[in-house]
Design a protein around this ligand. Structure first.
Ligand code: AMP
Ligand code: MN
Ligand code: MN
Ligand code: MN
Length: 285
């Protein structure tokens, strides 16, 4: 069993990369990928746990894209962590994120909440400052009774203080990931849109834009959703990727490797990802 999606303190998770590696081992995983938002900075610590941890530790990243007017997340699995061009591109994304964060502080101030950027940054452990850190700061300030309520009341996707980031095109994200030696897969399509969406058409489109697969298995999916996306992957000949999206205490109820309890990602998925890494996308079809 493997898990190809989780977050550390280098983005919006609550566990350090080293601890994640040990948790992967404790969960009995044969492989675990760290996929922090917009950064590969946690990978050095993560991968260096390898001699002690027998779980295969794999590099990854998660990038947000704009697709059909909404946010679509893309995982870059097996990217080369030291690739300088890729690192510079990710630094650019973090700059856009900072810009958005400033706008969110201004919006909150306008709504009567005297929050300062330093209070948000105090909850972050790296240069990735996310809405998770806003939710912690808002709770601390008493503007919400819990981080969950902070999302519901202020900063969730339809909240009054939410400001979207300027995001990449999916083709651009896929090209960046390929150029860094990785494999682009669509993260949690079920969170982008449910089963009633025209997925056959859109996922074919995303494949044409460079995606090798998508998360047909996911920490938060129910059985019917998983069945639907597994069939879609089969029909389109795309990789049925999967992971928990574990964030530690910042996303309650999710366990590494197991999600809400029923997640099972077979080792064969990693074999397919490794094969896709060697094959140039145009040859794969
Ligand atoms: P950002 O990348 O700064 O826009 O923040 C997005 C992150 O916030 C996601 O990766 C989740 O970890 C978290 N998040 C977004 N919406 C919610 C929500 N409604 N409840 C809890 N966490 C959320
Ligand atoms: Mn997150
Ligand atoms: Mn995501
Ligand atoms: Mn994620």
């Amino acid at each position: 069993m493997i898990d190809l999606h989780c977050h550390s303190t280098f983005s919006d998770g609550s566990d350090t990369p080293g601890r994640l590696a040990r948790l992967g081992e404790a969960a009995g995983l044969s492989a675990l990928a760290l996929t922090d938002h917009d950064t590969v900075d946690g990978l050095e610590e993560f991968l260096s746990a390898q001699p002690e941890v027998t779980t295969r530790l794999l590099p990854g990243v998660e990038i947000s894209c704009a697709y059909l007017g909404r946010s679509l997340h893309v995982l870059g699995l097996l990217v080369e962590p030291e690739d300088p061009r890729f690192r510079a591109r990710l630094a650019g994304l973090r700059g856009r994120r900072d810009h958005r964060n400033q706008a969110m502080v201004a919006r909150l101030n306008h709504l009567g909440i005297p929050i300062r950027m330093e209070q948000v940054v105090a909850h972050a452990h790296s240069s990735v400052v996310s809405r998770v850190h806003f939710s912690l700061a808002l709770t601390e300030l008493g503007a919400a009774s819990s981080p969950e309520e902070a999302f519901r009341r202020w900063i969730g996707d339809s909240g009054p203080a939410y400001v979207p980031r300027e995001e990449l095109e999916p083709a651009e994200a896929a090209a960046w990931i390929r150029e860094a030696g990785g494999v682009p897969v669509v993260a949690h399509p079920g969170r982008f849109a449910g089963r009633n969406f025209r997925w056959d058409e859109s996922m074919r489109d995303l494949r044409n834009l460079g995606m090798a697969g998508f998360e047909a298995r996911y920490g938060d999916y129910g059985p019917a959703e998983e069945r639907y996306f597994l069939e879609l992957a089969d029909r389109l000949g795309m990789i049925a990727c999967g992971g928990s999206d574990y964030h530690g205490t910042h996303k309650a109820g999710l366990r590494l490797g197991a999600g809400r309890g029923n997640l099972r990602v077979p080792d064969s998925v990693l074999t397919e990802i490794e094969r896709a890494r060697r094959v140039y996308p145009d040859e794969a079809r």
